[in-house]
Design a protein around this ligand. Sequence first.
Ligand code: NAI
Ligand code: MG
Length: 355
Amino acid sequence: MAKKYKIAFMPGDGIGNDVLEAAKIVMDEGTDFNAEFIHGDIGWVFWEKEKEALPDRTVEMMKETDAALFGAITSKPNVPGYRSPIVRLRQTFDLYSNMRPCKSYEGNPLNFRDDLDLVVFRENTEGLYSGFDFYDATEFMHLDAFKKKNYDPKKTTVSCRVFTEKGCRRIVKTGFEYAKKFNYPNVTLVHKANVIRATDGMFLAVAAEVAKDYPDIEVWKQNIDAMCMQLVKNPQNFGVIIATNMFGDIVSDLTAQLVGGLGFAASASTSDKYGLFEPTHGSAPKYAGQYKVNPIAAILSVKLMFDWLGEIELAKQVEDAIKINLKEGKVRTYDLGGSSSTLDVAKDLVKIMNR
Ligand code: NAI
Ligand code: MG
């Protein structure tokens, strides 16, 4: 008897519902995945109802589960009191690794090239997105560097880029372990150490130590700017890419577009203990409930969840079905030039899996 899992099921807002419904059909009808799915409230709807987009009951429920599947949420800028549920999830579950694979599947008309297979690991808890934002510079004015510049503290803002050795080590190790497990020949470390010396200097130094444990993997270093050029010029050369928070954010959107964009971009946010799996697209309100959008990003997120749970066979089943669907090219959503619905794609995958 296969292990029975508990999975938090959190569709969220808008098309998050459409694509997770499709993902559930694939899991239920196409695989033998043995799981209890527990619904979790999250999103703008709950902000409007309860003034909390991520109710505590959802977090408590998640703590009792093995992993979470998440759709998407709607958020709006400049709403006093609003807290991003995504940032809170990262912090609460210490989801330090954000992984986004980019593969060009045969037959995908949106492929930039047909020979791409790379994976971006982005550090998810530190760096410029730590929230150390200062709307004036008063607290910094005692520093010689600030004094020398003669700043007017009330007209100066500061955002701090904070790295820890621990934070650098765990993301680098996660990337190298993945490269080893899935036989990627090289790892590229993305940085700007010639300019941002303290933080990126430490990132590279820690990475050099970690790399010693992986003598068979070639290690490359690239400045973030040169990396963007290389990813357009020669993306086929890259395997695993490891980057700190903001650089990883940028690079992973670039790489996603090389293999079909938002309809294909899946992600795994993980700690050593917990994993949250989600398509990277948002709630696309204009398509909400219309079953028009591409569910493949969400279904590839299921594949990543299976991999992470150690259900390698199930992961392969899902990915193989997606490969066949794309190669056959008959059941496609609008972004791929087709007119099939979100659920048509799910049903086609199920049909393929049951052949
Ligand atoms: P979005 O990703 O929701 O949609 C942008 C456009 O991309 C859509 O209008 C659609 O044309 C296309 N698209 C997105 N997903 C697709 C799919 N699966 N298949 C085919 N086409 C797809 O981004 P947008 O419009 O900037 O944001 C809408 C809302 O989503 C906002 O409230 C935003 O804050 C939120 N958002 C949430 C995210 C999350 O939950 N992780 C991530 C990004 C945005
Ligand atoms: Mg982003």
